[in-house]
Write a protein that binds this ligand. Sequence first.
Ligand code: BG6
Length: 509
Amino acid sequence: MAQDIEHSVTPHGEQAPSSTMVIFGAGGDLTKRLLMPALYNLARTGLLPAQFALVGVDRVEMGDAQFRSHVEAAIRAFAADKHYSQAIDEANLQRLLNAIVYMPLDFAAPASYVALGERLTQLKTSHGVSDNVMFYLAVGSRFFGGIVDQLGAAGLVTETNKQWRRVVVEKPFGHDLESAQALNTQLRHSLSESQIYRMDHFLGKETVQNIMLMRFANGIFEPLWSREHIDHVQITVAETVGVEARAAFYETTGAMRDMVPNHVFQLLALTAMESPASFDADAVRNEKTKVLDCVHTVNAATDSVRGQYTDGARDGQALKGYTSEAGVAPGSETETYLALKLGIDNWRWAGVPFYLRTGKAMNKRQSEIVIQFKRPPLSLFRNTATEGLTPNALVIKLQPDEGAMLSFGAKIPGPKIEIGQVHMDFHYKDYFQNAPSTGYETLIYDCMIGDATLFQRSDSVMAGWRIVQPVQQYWAAGGAPLAHYAAGSAGPQEAQDLLQASGREWREL
Ligand code: BG6
């Protein structure tokens, strides 16, 4: 097992220290759409190290110049995307392109890693970079273990006091508890925990980071943030996209593995965790893991719904059902939707249900957290029973409409006492200039400066898999028939029933 060496964290906002980034999977979609534009944005904002080199590695044969022109085309193409500024900053684009080289590499061949080591040494002379190296594994999860073994065997991840070596691992980290543990053990042969940066791109989203700030940088929310005042919590990650061209991945993954132990549980942890002792990586991650450890065993038979979309329509456009999508097996049982009811066994949350739902091909793209407060204990208003009072809700809106909304009752003007629901609505765009960002800028930068707060530690990954394990097992044993929903709808009726059983309902999408 690798020795743990502490490196100091560069203060946020300062240029990252000199380093080389090696991207495995340099020819892939993630590199093209997100990593390269994010690096360009880091160059544009002055956070990319002045002495920086990037080695793209992948299996195809290509020269440096050809790879650079692919990168340039990708950055220019995505500059028109809503995420990025329209006008390319040519000087910074050139600076980034000059830092890029390419190496064809057979992921399984030890000789390739020897050659990679030699290339890294050459870059110290040609690009004046330090010995710090970040290896970013933007490849299928089946390659993670093998690549790290090879990096270890070639001595490329050995740290000293003067150099750091870090490995960023994309999701999914395993496909169940057992495989996640096995992968972790394999990585730990070559790497210490502090060298492993497990990616969850949701944590790069401003609105997701803002959950902690809303809770802990304000005095008014936290006193209400408990079973005393909260009736239940809803977490929704609804997508309009279907499986698109990802059937090969999605068929064996499904909505649960794709979204829940990672993205959805990160939202759950940020919403429900206790305040950390500080905003240090370990203090925050301790609290997140602690609350996930308190989630009690899910009763999959009564508290889980798995769904799959069928033919449907949105805005008058016909939409294909999942089993008619390219690459999907005709009788596929893969879930494209799920809803869960969870409970958290601690003093803050005992008895407060947390309802989670996520799905593809739904009527709306909407990710949000709803904190539904309790009704007042009695109604003072004639003709309005307490049940007639709509409870207050705080809605933390994650995407695409970014902000927060508080709903409460107010008197409808007029001689009669009548209550109407009103909203206080905060939109990010009204207050803050939207800096062009993919969400990956923060994460790449944080890895370069050595701040792991927004990366998943192994215990929280395992806690996530542990929670979903009984549900996975129950579903695998055929315990939950698929609940069908039309593409373009708000999900299956069975998910509504999950809340209606206790007189509650999902916030409308
Ligand atoms: C990915 C999942 O991790 O997150 C996708 O694999 C999903 O299936 C995506 O669509 C959602 O992320 P975002 O940032 O588009 O909301």
